[in-house]
Design a protein around this ligand. Structure first.
Ligand SMILES: Cc1cc2nc3c(=O)[nH]c(=O)nc-3n(C[C@H](O)[C@H](O)[C@H](O)COP(=O)(O)O)c2cc1C
Length: 185
């Protein structure tokens, strides 16, 4: 089975991103070896002052563990029409270019608003494109997350739940079937 690391893209305690990430980690576990990471664990205090290019050992350790996967799933909340600042800090300390280059990445957005984090997901995809990641084309935008998502049962809408499950079940197949000789040619 392929290895997929799931990242909850905020450090906000009790976040919906972490709840969605937990759900995704469990559901995807039928098809992949999954491990959940949360930016709550990112050693933010250690990068105060901007130590770009000279990451402290704590950040290197976090990154090394995270990068040891065949593919990634990012769960991204919407903050002020964008993605959380800590997610950008995290990416800015990922080794360049190897961390994301030619790596398959799937993205899920969640927000309390009606756009379901469409903006932050697409903003983040611009960065993934810059970092030459291979973006999985199916995305899920969880709207009104506080009333539409249940950590145990998933999405209340049957139609959206089907799409959600499809994304989570098919991404590992996508990772497995990628022809790395072709993408690295
Ligand atoms: C700093 C901040 C800014 C937010 N800005 C938006 C926003 O622009 N649009 C929106 O729909 N919801 C916004 N929200 C609500 C969040 O999207 C919603 O509460 C989401 O579930 C928060 O994600 P989290 O629980 O993973 O932190 C904001 C929440 C926070 C904490």
């Amino acid at each position: 089975m392929v290895k997929v690391h799931i990242l909850s893209g905020t450090d906000r305690p009790g976040s919906n991103a972490l709840k969605v990430s937990r759900y995704a980690t469990n559901m995807m576990a039928e098809r992949a070896n999954t491990e959940l990471f949360s930016l709550e664990q990112f050693p933010l205090a250690d990068v105060a002052g901007g130590v770009y290019g000279n990451a402290p050992q704590s950040v290197k350790d976090f990154n090394e563990k995270f990068m040891d996967a065949d593919g990634f799933l990012f769960v991204i909340p919407e903050y002020n029409g964008g993605f959380p600042g800590i997610l950008k800090v995290f990416v800015d300390y990922l080794p360049f270019p190897k961390a994301l280059q030619r790596v398959p990445v799937s993205v899920i957005g969640e927000a309390d608003g009606t756009f379901g984090a469409l903006r932050p997901v697409e903003q983040f995809e611009q960065i993934l494109t810059y970092r030459k990641a291979i973006i999985y084309p199916e995305r899920m935008f969880i709207q009104n997350v506080n009333s539409t998502f249940d950590e145990k049962k998933g999405l209340k809408s049957e139609k959206l739940q089907k799409l959600f499950e499809k994304q989570l079940r098919c991404f590992p197949d996508f990772v497995e079937k990628l022809d790395y000789n072709l993408v690295n040619a």
